[in-house]
Ligand binder design. Sequence first.
Ligand SMILES: [Zn+2]
Length: 303
Amino acid sequence: MNNDIVIRGLLLWGSVNMTAISGKKLVEDARKAHSLSHVCTAALGRLLMQTAMMSVQLKSEMDNLTVIFDGDGAAGRFVAVGHSGGVVKGYTDRPSAELPLNENGKLDVSGVVGKNGEMRVIRDLSLKEPYVGRCAITDGEIANDFANYFVVSEQQPSLVYLGVRVDPATGEVRAASGLMLQPLPFCPDSDLAALENKAGEITKLTRMLEDGMTLEEALEKLLGELDLEITETAEPVFKCDCSREKIESALISLGREELEDMIEKDGKAELVCRFCGSKYDFTGEELNALLKEAKGSGSKDER
Ligand SMILES: [Zn+2]
């Protein structure tokens, strides 16, 4: 059953923007696609949910958002891409990296992401030059890193919570959720204080969903007294936009020499989409057909 949802709304009489996500299926789909370890499920799951929350705000279908964590952790880079409506894809360099639980008995997300390095947010809004925001990784737990990013790079104070609960035996995702609160510039200090008081309770959100509450019920329980008003919902999904045609153009763009080399050495090719793990096989014959379309130093035009 798919209960994944993004809910957007306002708190405190319109002075705070709220975005929340329930993303159990989305994170589970990513886990299956990449055979993620327990800790990489939590890490990539948090990143994908945050990317989904940010990309529901994209206006055009042509717009997209890329987030890269380039840290010194055990799993290497983490990358996520979001499109409008909360459609996300993503990967990590070493999806099988596993670590012991941290000193708090939790999955060691900062251990696979890294506590040192850089995070980048690339907003590619159609027709304009992409906007690249960058800042240092704060603690590698992802939620704090985004909170810091919003202040440093977008001058937007934010409270960010992200949680993924993984079954210790099977690795399956039991529940996954995120919440982002962003006060608007006119938000009075007393409202900010009310939000800060909620910060501790908000960390119970994923547990509440695991216990069977819907996201809307959980938000009402956590934030109802702050005049929660829901304005919009979306259905986030883990979905890749790769296709055989796109892989073919990528092969063609390698150029004649590299293609000829591939045909000579292997007689075939198997390409794997790093965003979703889909495999694309090409026979020698198919590669030869692509070779005819490819340009390069060996092409007859240049001879
Ligand atoms: Zn793909």
